[in-house]
Design a binder for this molecule. Structure first.
Ligand code: NAP
Length: 312
């Protein structure tokens, strides 16, 4: 067991991502104390009840006072106002990180409010579930999952090393990349697939209305996975699409072109083209399994004890 890496960690937002961090920090003895703030009194009371925070505060400004690590774990659209509120209350030397699913927009929203004496190191854990709120977190969420950081040339090396140490102690594999590159990669691997899942479930919902809910009754694994992804938090995903607009629209344009290619192959009865296409995509799936990002076990995305763990 490692000793505490930070003396006081302030979690701003106490939902799935923050509560999972808290559970893992508690399990590893990684934080001297954990304090927190969430918008509603109900969430703050729950955080105390389940023990993820030693103290909670009604304002973010109070919560960050005296912390040496501040984690912004609110929806992306809420980051700017929180950063503006906490800026004047951050102690010199404090590291501020975030867990937002989009990086360029969060950096634009947060960086101007972080004093020069502090270290802002943007981050994104590529782990999650379709569940939200403080009760949905669990200590192993980050085990063997990527946690991407997007430092820049000015980022303090010692502060970066210390944050990396914490994230690795949570079980994560840490990598650094440029923020714009992050947003494009995430548009491909997460954001656009979510949009497609939302759309497919919407289409099925229309069909269900003309087929007496057979779509639900007979829902097979592919569709069930779509419904699980499409159950993800509406506020979080609204903000993702509003703030990663350019990259998502770029990927969606390419997706639409490919879809038309396949649509035409089906219409023309071009089996060779379909077979070649599916052979290529099968190889990609094999690559993901070989990279340790999923198993070939047919659990259709549901992890142990019903805790799915493949969202980001
Ligand atoms: P969540 O479970 O819905 O929790 C969000 C938390 O933020 C709640 O405690 C909420 O408080 C609080 N909050 C919202 N607006 C606030 C405001 N204006 N001021 C203070 N607190 C506020 O969300 P989550 O899944 O943990 O996601 C948090 C962040 O992680 C998002 O930026 C998301 O993009 C990112 N992320 C999510 C996933 C995922 O799969 N879920 C994966 C990677 C990254 P109340 O409960 O009081 O409303």
């Amino acid at each position: 067991m490692s000793g505490p890496i930070y003396t006081r960690v302030a979690l701003i937002g106490l939902g799935l991502i923050a509560s999972s961090m808290a559970h893992a920090m508690r399990a590893g003895g990684l934080a001297g104390e954990i304090v927190g703030h969430a918008k509603s009194a109900e969430t703050r009371a729950t955080a105390l009840e389940i023990g993820i925070c030693d103290r909670v505060y009604a304002t973010a400004a109070e919560a960050v006072a005296g912390a040496d690590l501040v984690v912004l774990a609110v929806p992306v659209g809420a980051m700017a106002a929180i950063a503006e509120e906490i800026g004047p209350h951050l102690a010199a030397g404090t590291t501020v990180t975030d867990v937002g699913s989009v990086k360029q927009a969060v950096i634009a929203a947060v960086a101007p409010h972080v004093p020069a004496s502090c270290h802002f190191i943007p981050g994104h854990p590529m782990a999650g579930t379709e569940y939200s709120g403080p009760r949905s977190g669990f200590a192993t969420l980050y085990k063997n999952r990527w946690w991407l950081l997007t430092p820049d040339a000015q980022t303090d090396a010692a502060a970066l090393l210390r944050l990396r140490g914490l994230l690795e102690a949570l079980g994560a594999k840490v990598d650094s990349m440029d923020a714009a590159h992050h947003d494009l990669v995430l548009a491909v691997v997460s954001h656009t697939p979510h949009l497609i899942a939302y759309t497919m479930v919407g289409v099925a919902d229309h069909l269900a209305q003309v087929s007496n809910s057979e779509v639900i009754q007979y829902s097979a694994t592919g569709f069930r996975d779509f419904t699980r992804i499409a159950a993800s938090d509406p506020v979080m995903w609204r903000d993702v699409f509003l703030t990663n607009k350019d990259a998502v629209l770029d990927v969606l344009g390419r997706f639409t072109e490919e879809l038309f290619v396949l649509q035409r192959a089906i219409r023309m009865g071009d089996g060779d083209q379909l077979h070649d296409y599916f052979t290529r995509t099968r190889a990609i799936r094999r690559g993901i399994i070989e990279a340790g990002q999923d198993t070939s076990a047919p659990d259709f995305g549901r992890g142990p004890a019903g805790k799915p763990s493949d969202q980001a």
